[in-house]
Ligand binder design. Structure first.
Ligand SMILES: NC(=O)C1=CN([C@@H]2O[C@H](COP(=O)(O)OP(=O)(O)OC[C@H]3O[C@@H](n4cnc5c(N)ncnc54)[C@H](O)[C@@H]3O)[C@@H](O)[C@H]2O)C=CC1
Ligand SMILES: O=C([O-])C1=[NH+]CCC1
Length: 313
């Protein structure tokens, strides 16, 4: 067996948001189409909800396999999340791509860049479909790795007039805004409430396990991408907001098993975002909407395909 290792540096050089947003949008559509009753030929996406191994109080290991028939992709990601890490990233991942004909490994890819960028691309897809017009003001709650990728992906896609950032440790928000003040009007806010006031779109990307975004702060008709809180007993969004908004998810099955924001609030899921992409469920653009993202292997697989194609592998 001789499989190529593709480093983060190589992946960064080819995995643009332009390519990714289109690929992730297609992947989300394929995933939801595969769960529909009238599945088209060759469109199976076999993606079980990820298996999670808890590591005492430190974190967890997630195993995320998928087979995407349309692209003949057989892929699994292994991702760890150790929220208390200080000098190394809190998320670490590798992605293995196998031949769907023989099962022989084709390549091993660094999984950090793919995880970081495809998650932001999924939020962009949801925002394109659910925001009420072109978003001008974006609020980002949390200033870690995902905040950076979301800042880049949203700046690349939308004509933003202002990006407001908040972090529970204010110096991180100030540093985040300072290092971006020349590329956009990026400002640090003292409170999450100040950041989201009148924002058209909110991205919440924290490691908090209790709500930091409250219902009464949100402008009616705003769109919220809830990206953190990926455990059934964690929540980062006020249950009242989850219950009053129209809620979209990446995977119904995944959300009902993994999302504390959904499970603890008892919020109803209106649709998978892939169903909106496929035109089988409507986009309630004039309502306050939440896209609850947990992350899916199909997103990793379509991102890995871009990389393999770019390097002719
Ligand atoms: N939906 C998806 O596909 C994915 C979701 N995630 C999730 O997104 C979130 C952010 O991930 P990263 O940016 O990579 O993590 P990170 O560790 O780089 O950043 C976490 C951020 O949360 C903040 N934070 C920590 N505790 C907090 C608290 N109690 N209240 C408010 N803020 C707090 C930190 O200051 C930091 O700004 C995590 O919950 C992670 O599991 C990550 C990857 C994919
Ligand atoms: O999809 C993903 O890779 C993850 N979701 C939450 C933590 C990592």
């Amino acid at each position: 067996m001789q499989s190529e290792f593709i480093s983060a540096e190589k992946i960064v050089s080819v995995l643009t948001y332009k390519l990714l947003v289109d690929a992730v949008e297609r992947g989300l559509g394929l995933f939801s189409q595969s769960n529909a009753e009238d599945v088209a030929d060759n469109s199976t996406v076999d993606q079980p909800v990820r298996t999670v191994v808890n590591i005492s109080n430190n974190g967890f290991l997630g195993c995320m396999p998928v087979y995407v028939e349309a692209d003949q992709l057989l892929v699994t990601k292994l991702v760890t999340f150790f929220p208390k890490n200080k000098d190394v990233p809190t998320h670490n991942a590798i992605i293995v791509v196998f031949s769907a004909n023989t099962g022989v490994p084709r390549a091993i890819l660094d999984g950090d860049v793919i995880t970081t960028r495809r998650t932001a691309a999924a939020s962009v897809v949801a925002t394109k479909h659910l925001a009420n017009g072109n978003p001008r003001v974006l609020a980002i709650l949390g200033c870690g790795v995902q905040a950076s990728s979301h800042y880049e992906a949203f700046s690349d896609t939308f004509q933003l007039e202002q990006v407001r950032v908040w972090n529970h440790k204010p110096e991180r928000a100030q540093e985040f805004a300072r290092s971006r003040e020349h590329s956009h009007n990026c400002v640090a806010c003292d409170s999450a409430q100040d950041a989201v006031r009148d924002a058209d779109v909110v991205v919440i990307v924290t490691s908090s396990n209790t709500p930091v975004l409250m219902a009464e702060w949100i402008k009616p008709g705003a769109h919220i991408n809830g990206v953190g809180a990926c455990r059934p007993d964690w929540a980062e969004i006020d249950p009242a907001l989850m219950k009053s908004a129209v809620v979209y998810v990446d995977s119904r099955e995944g959300a009902l098993k993994e999302s504390g924001d959904i499970i603890l609030s008892g919020a109803k899921i209106f649709a998978e975002i892939g169903e909106v992409v496929n035109g089988t469920k409507s986009a309630k653009r004039d309502k306050t909407t939440v896209f609850k993202s947990l992350g899916m292997a199909v997103e990793d697989a379509v991102a890995a395909k871009i990389v393999l194609d770019e390097f002719g592998l």
